[in-house]
Design a protein around this ligand. Structure first.
Ligand SMILES: Cc1cc2nc3c(=O)[nH]c(=O)nc-3n(C[C@H](O)[C@H](O)[C@H](O)COP(=O)(O)OP(=O)(O)OC[C@H]3O[C@@H](n4cnc5c(N)ncnc54)[C@H](O)[C@@H]3O)c2cc1C
Length: 531
């Protein structure tokens, strides 16, 4: 039987960091197992292809939620990366850490060692910031962070319009202050995507003590006497096992990590019984506490053509500008689409931002999958709640890993979330009425001029709100009865098993979740190696 010191399940944002850090000293054998394929594909490398990855069946799990009670029974599309690099190979590349208070809150909840002062060194240590180092940034890490190589004029216009509304300019959302409007920093190098795989895994593939297996979907974690001893998977109809001498580390992401725990007999007995799964250990919190950023898009038609649209003039502009990619590694092929945005307060009296904006130089709808609307020249604004109060859950749809987990986002189940979403739509509209954006706008597509009262806006939100792809919390860190891992990310009650990915966040951070997940994995590696 094959064995390794450490088995990591899932080669995503967290898994690639762990594979690097645990194999670096050469003392331990490490096996990283990824369900998806290799990340050697032009769509992953070229930033603008992020739109195409939304529709990729090969490298995107393309999950869907169950019908959402408060969103007109719509099933919400949940893309997730299925390749080395995981979701960092299909994401929008924005480098955002969240707010100091997010981590101080984790510590206040009892998670010693996870306050801002503790996590900042890990953000800095994993970062190579092209713009240089300072109190908040590092230059010796693996993850390349750069300015966007594409800064469209229309994105600049958005920044000016938002400033006119009174929102301050900010050139670094990860510095002293998060609040403000500006261009996002991106995980790119030389105009190409810099995923977690590219940063932490690819340079280390030649290490003799590191084995990377792709196209293998782990079926369950083997548990014996409350101890994880290895993993099991199916290959060509045969059941195969790999044993772990030291630990199994689960990094399959916020939907698949709880699924795999439950399939391995760890979870709420009621849920396991429904699928005749033998209980190994009762942990009622597995799959609960799902939190995600609910988002609403406001879309306008414009009489301006230098943006992304399926129109002849846009196509010509696109071709002319795309050429700079091949000569200078810049231009619109390097665009992350949401080049500009920011963090704002819905009310100036608030202590910190509660809404995030992503400006889109296209008539965007349905995750970019609505081709018809892209026939119009348009601009759009994502507005999402940074700390929504609604929580959902992940359960099983069968006793097999081949069935997708059941996702209940339960968005807008808390009434405060709807109130803030209505404000978010009003703020987006307010920005669109300012110069220089207002001069190019010819018509509001969504919500449309007929939609004016709060009740009408709420109805629009129910019919259109979506995820902005940041599910967390389903194997939460803590010491209360609903927590799944402790502050060293060890699964409560089971030896030699940790969960290390976005699922361990006890509460959703106020921003995009890739950099925080990388930070979590880098800190976990130190905990494992007792550094
Ligand atoms: C479309 C999109 C856009 C986003 N944009 C941004 C952004 O711009 N900035 C940002 O900060 N964040 C962004 N995010 C969020 C961010 O990328 C994720 O929060 C982060 O990548 C999560 O990391 P993870 O390690 O928890 O999971 P993942 O990176 O998803 O990794 C989980 C891995 O486990 C594998 N796996 C699952 N089940 C199994 C199994 N049974 N056996 C073996 N392997 C398995 C998966 O294939 C996957 O590779 C975006 C996400 C998406 C989907």
């Amino acid at each position: 039987m094959t064995s390794f010191d450490y088995i990591i399940i899932g080669g995503g944002s967290a898994g690639c960091v762990l594979a690097d850090k645990l194999s670096a000293c050469g003392k331990y054998t490490v096996c990283l197992i990824e369900a998806g394929k290799s990340d050697q594909h032009w769509m992953i490398q070229v930033p603008l292809a992020v739109i195409a990855l939304m529709r990729s069946k090969a490298r995107n799990w393309q999950l869907n939620s169950e019908p959402e009670e408060h969103l007109n029974q719509r099933k919400i599309f949940n893309p997730r990366g299925k390749t080395l690099g995981g979701s960092s190979s299909i994401n929008a590349m924005l480098y955002v850490r969240g707010q100091k208070e997010d981590y101080d809150h984790w510590e206040q909840l009892g998670n010693k060692g996870w306050g801002y002062k503790d996590v900042l060194p890990y953000f800095k240590a994993t970062e190579h910031r092209e713009m240089g180092e300072n109190d908040y940034h590092g230059t010796s890490g693996e993850l390349n962070v750069s300015e966007s190589k594409s800064k469209l004029d229309i994105s600049e216009s958005f920044i000016k319009a938002a400033q006119t509304c009174g929102f301050p300019l900010n050139d670094d959302f990860n510095g002293k202050e998060q609040e403000g409007i500006g261009f996002y920093q991106v995980t790119q190098k030389d105009g190409l995507r810099y995923s977690s795989a590219k940063a932490f895994l690819t340079p280390n593939l030649a290490r003799e003590n590191l084995t990377v297996l792709t196209d293998i979907q782990v079926e369950k974690i083997l548990i014996e006497d409350k101890k994880a001893i290895g993993i099991e998977y199916l290959s060509k109809g045969n059941t195969c096992q790999i044993l772990a001498n030291n630990e199994v580390i689960l990094s399959a992401g916020a939907f698949h990590s709880p699924q795999l725990l439950m399939l391995s007999g760890i979870g709420d007995p009621e849920e396991l019984e429904k699928h005749n799964i033998n209980l190994q250990h009762q942990l009622n919190g597995v799959g609960k506490n799902l939190q995600d950023h609910i988002d609403i898009l406001t879309v306008n038609q414009v009489n301006y053509q230098q943006l992304f649209a399926y129109r002849p003039k846009s196509a010509w502009w696109f071709v002319r500008n795309a050429l700079t990619f091949f000569t200078k590694k810049s231009g619109i092929l390097t665009s992350v689409i949401a080049e500009a945005g920011g963090f704002i307060k819905s009310d100036p009296s608030l202590a910190r931002p509660d809404i995030q904006l992503h400006f889109i130089p296209a008539a965007m709808d349905d995750h970019g999958r609505n081709n018809k609307i892209l026939l119009k020249y348009g601009i759009a604004m994502h507005a999402c709640l940074l700390r929504p109060k609604s929580t959902g859950k992940v359960t099983l749809s069968s006793d097999s890993i081949k069935s997708s987990p059941k996702i209940f986002l339960n968005m807008l189940s808390h009434p405060d979330d709807m109130d803030l979403m209505v404000k978010a739509v009003k703020i987006s509209r307010q920005i669109f009425t300012q110069e220089p954006l207002s001069t190019v706008i010819t018509k509001e597509i969504f919500p449309s001029q007929q939609c004016q009262t709060d009740a009408e806006i709420a109805q629009f939100i129910r019919s259109k709100a979506n995820t902005i792809y940041h599910p967390v919390g389903t194997c939460k860190m803590g010491s209360d009865e609903m927590s799944v891992v402790d502050n060293e990310l060890k699964v409560h009650g089971i030896n030699n098993l940790r969960v290390v990915d976005a699922s361990i966040m006890p509460t959703l951070i106020s921003g995009n979740t890739n950099a925080p997940t990388i930070m979590i994995a880098a800190k976990a590696a130190d905990l494992i190696l007792r550094k």
